[in-house]
Design a protein around this ligand. Structure first.
Ligand code: HEC
Length: 111
């Protein structure tokens, strides 16, 4: 039992540590890829994007309509909207956007 207590965490660290490093190094491009796939269809600039339209109307031009130009989107806000959805925006399941992908996406949009 004691051996398992020591060995199991060590094995888990070996398995997950390289994944973490990779995620951190590629965080920006990973977040960008998630954005391009799931968010850009609605939130990219231009009149044919319903998310951009809705946010321009919501803020009356006081905030940019496109998410990437926003400077007030904290990671917490992005994660909340992505998991819960709003109006015509669907919520996204973990099978669509994993927690790690959402983390990268939220970081990407927070910058
Ligand atoms: C089907 C279109 C659609 C998709 C896909 C979509 N959104 Fe949205 N999103 C909207 C609309 C429309 C709104 C505005 C709703 C409203 O009227 O408040 C919105 C609002 C938001 C808001 C709230 C901003 C604010 O200030 O109120 C955030 C944050 C957001 N979306 C992030 C995302 C992210 C991140 C993704 C990708 C994972 C995404 N959305 C995908 C349509 C979409």
């Amino acid at each position: 039992m004691t051996a398992a207590r020591v060995i199991l965490p060590a094995v888990l660290m070996l398995v997950f540590a390289p994944v973490d490093w990779a995620a951190e190094g590629a965080g920006h491009s990973r977040g960008q890829a998630v954005y391009q796939k799931w968010c850009a269809p609605c939130h990219a600039p231009g009149p044919d994007h319903p998310g951009t339209q809705a946010l321009e109307a919501k803020y009356g031009g006081k905030k940019p309509g496109t998410l990437k130009e926003r400077t007030d989107l904290t990671a917490e806000i992005t994660k909340e909207f992505v998991r819960k959805g709003v109006s015509i925006m669907p919520f996204f399941r973990k099978t669509e956007i994993s927690d790690a992908e959402l983390e990268a996406l939220a970081e990407y949009l927070a910058k």
